[in-house]
Write a protein that binds this ligand. Structure first.
Ligand SMILES: C[S@@+](CC[C@H](N)C(=O)[O-])C[C@H]1O[C@@H](n2cnc3c(N)ncnc32)[C@H](O)[C@@H]1O
Length: 251
């Protein structure tokens, strides 16, 4: 495990790099766009963002008794959707960036969690401050790609899950069809920075988004990382021809 814990990459390139490089960049990006993040998602994905969240919920083995840990919960979209879909016993909504969680808390104050008890905490997924075997499920959308120590983060998620518990992970991925993949990569590199600048006034975070998606492992590669971290019975379903994928993995 120590070997895994020492591995860190630049999440924009996939190359070995000190963990601080990616962590500081990610903090800078998400703290500055927190207030406009949801609008960007809705516009840039032409609504696919909501559909993919629904696919994530269809795959999630949650119920009314579940204690759920939402990792990289951001502005709380996954936690809110889980609250409305399953009415779980409790959700711990966490993120590295306090400004993202402030938006999530405002949603809570508006009653958007349907009365489900939700707590919020600033947590680095690579060093989760909760005990072993605590949660029935871990949810994470668009989180692992931004983490420079992915094996370590996945091992931490495995540790805090109860035996039999599930990790449900939504992440950008690789369309298997070459034509669709080509079109998608064109969109990523030319149009995502344009949308980003239009909505947030700054394209640099969206250039990073495009690069990090290209540098991220494909469906089978992410499944292999999960297995290395100790997960079993890893499966995935593609969203919109593989632009994104929902992986489910068990402890
Ligand atoms: C693209 S957003 C996704 C937010 C939310 N899950 C959603 O679906 O809208 C990525 C989030 O990952 C968070 N993040 C990045 N690195 C992290 C880390 N090491 N630990 C926890 N959260 C992290 C960022 O702060 C950001 O809020």
């Amino acid at each position: 495990m120590d070997r895994l814990h020492d591995t860190a990459i630049d999440t924009a390139t996939g190359q070995a790099a000190p963990s601080e490089l990616s962590t500081e960049r990610v903090k800078g990006i998400f703290s500055s766009i927190a207030g406009r993040y949801e609008r960007f998602n809705a516009l840039s994905s032409f609504g696919a963002y909501r559909r993919w969240l629904r696919t994530m919920m269809q795959q999630a083995p949650l119920d009314g008794n579940s204690d759920v840990l939402d990792i990289a919960g951001g502005t709380g979209d996954v936690s809110r959707m889980a609250a409305r879909t399953f009415h779980p016993a409790h959700i711990q909504c966490t993120d590295l960036v306090p400004e993202m969680l402030e938006v999530a808390k405002a949603h809570r104050d508006h009653g958007d969690f349907d009365g489900v008890p939700v707590d919020f905490a600033v947590v680095d997924a690579q060093d989760i401050p909760y005990g072993d075997n605590t949660y029935d499920a871990v949810t994470m959308a668009y989180g692992i790609r931004n983490m420079p120590q992915r094996e370590r983060a996945l091992a931490e998620m495995h540790r805090v899950l109860k035996p039999g518990g599930a990790l449900v992970c939504l992440e950008f991925s690789t369309p298997p069809n070459p034509l669709w993949r080509g079109l998608y990569h064109f969109y990523l590199h030319h149009l995502i920075p344009f949308w980003g600048k239009l909505v947030t006034g700054d394209s640099s975070g969206f250039v990073y988004l495009a690069k990090s998606i290209r540098a991220f492992p494909d469906q089978a590669g992410l499944a292999a990382l999960m297995e290395e971290a100790g997960f079993r019975d890893v499966r995935w379903v593609n969203c919109t021809g593989g632009i994104a994928a929902v992986h489910v993995a068990f402890k």
